[in-house]
Design a protein around this ligand. Structure first.
Ligand SMILES: NC(=O)c1ccc[n+]([C@@H]2O[C@H](COP(=O)([O-])OP(=O)(O)OC[C@H]3O[C@@H](n4cnc5c(N)ncnc54)[C@H](OP(=O)(O)O)[C@@H]3O)[C@@H](O)[C@H]2O)c1
Length: 309
């Protein structure tokens, strides 16, 4: 494993992090706790030290599993959780709600501090309040309950307001088919302001693995069932637009693409099984793609839209 500094914090994190949305069992289909715990155990063995979760993932199940799976290793890892997403459509960034959420997370994670608290996907209308709450959350840092305050932004262009308010950890979508992080200028801002970027959905919900055609029947517990078949097919075919032949697998190509930008502190593929952990960890420490290669991939991204209009 290779480790990087998390932007303007004192934290160091594995460049391959563990995204735990799927462990909640209600976003990527039904999951078995035993398999999830085995995946966490293997992640620790392979040197993963960054785990991303949220109060709402599986209504707390993801955090509970993480607390159990990390056990005595808790001090050796960095846990980032989230607060403020009440449901797919409802947000609450009131300081009192965030405080209650953090207390619940600490209980479920079986710990007395979280390393990073991220406000969870504030929408445009929430930004003013969420910026205020980031300032208020400084008291959670003073109390030792939180190490650093960050934001998991809905859109890269929302990050500026938080960075201007002093936030130095931003989580954002980033993958071959979604390079808005670069197009929006967020990479440049992160470089200038020493902001640590956490790259989420690096496999475009699994469609960049090359293992889907897009027309599969996803179950009701799998959020991919909510996307139109046209959109899924466009994503599934997307990887073929990029020349991945020099890499061992499409997955390693997709993860190495994110890590080739030094502004990315960690990339957090969602992992459901030990096999996922094994495979994704193989992308650690690969030689980064050079500027020319990254520019070509950016050009390919700009040549066509990967969003169904
Ligand atoms: N708003 C937010 O804050 C937000 C939003 C989204 C995600 N996140 C965070 O970012 C993390 C990553 O995003 P994501 O999980 O949605 O998407 P992702 O990382 O792009 O894709 C994850 C899915 O890809 C498949 N996969 C992963 N590794 C694989 C491997 N080695 N081989 C084959 N398939 C593999 C798995 O699904 P299948 O095996 O079922 O195909 C897995 O559930 C989340 O877990 C969460 O922590 C945060």
């Amino acid at each position: 494993m290779v480790y990087r500094r998390l932007g303007g914090t004192d934290l160091h994190v594995s460049e391959i992090g563990f995204g735990t949305w799927g462990l909640g069992g209600d976003s990527y289909g039904v999951t078995e706790d035993r398999t999830s715990l085995d995946a966490i155990a293997l992640a620790l063995e392979r040197g993963i030290t960054f785990f991303d979760t949220a109060d709402c993932y599986g209504r707390g199940r993801s955090e509970r599993l993480l607390g159990k799976g990390l056990g005595a290793c808790r001090q050796d890892v960095v846990i980032a959780t989230k607060a403020g997403m009440v449901s797919r459509v409802q947000r609450n960034f009131d300081a009192s709600h965030v405080q209650r959420s953090v207390e619940g997370s600490l209980q479920r994670l079986n710990t007395d501090y979280v390393d990073v608290l991220q406000l969870h996907s504030p929408r445009e209308d929430d930004i003013v309040q969420a910026v205020e709450t980031c300032g208020w959350a400084g008291r959670l840092v003073e109390e030792g309950k939180v190490g650093a305050v960050g934001v998991s932004v809905s859109r890269p262009e929302d990050a500026g307001a938080f960075v201007r308010a002093g936030v130095r950890v931003i989580q954002v979508n980033f993958n071959l088919l979604d390079q808005r992080v670069r197009a929006s200028g967020l990479l440049a801002l992160a470089r200038a302001e020493d902001v640590g970027l956490i790259a989420r959905t690096p496999l475009c919900f699994g469609f960049l693995t090359g293992r889907y055609a897009g027309d599969e029947a996803f179950g009701v517990d799998d959020h991919r069932s909510l996307w139109s078949i046209q959109q899924r097919k466009l994503w599934a075919q997307g990887i073929r637009r990029f020349d991945t032949k020099d890499e061992e697998s499409d997955i390693m190509f997709a993860l190495n693409f994110c890590l080739s930008y030094p502004e990315i502190s960690t990339v957090i593929p969602g992992m459901l099984t030990p096999a996922h952990v094994e495979e994704n960890c193989r992308a650690a420490g690969l030689p980064p793609m050079d500027c020319e290669a990254l520019n070509q991939l950016f050009d390919t991204y700009n040549e066509q839209s990967f969003i169904v209009k």
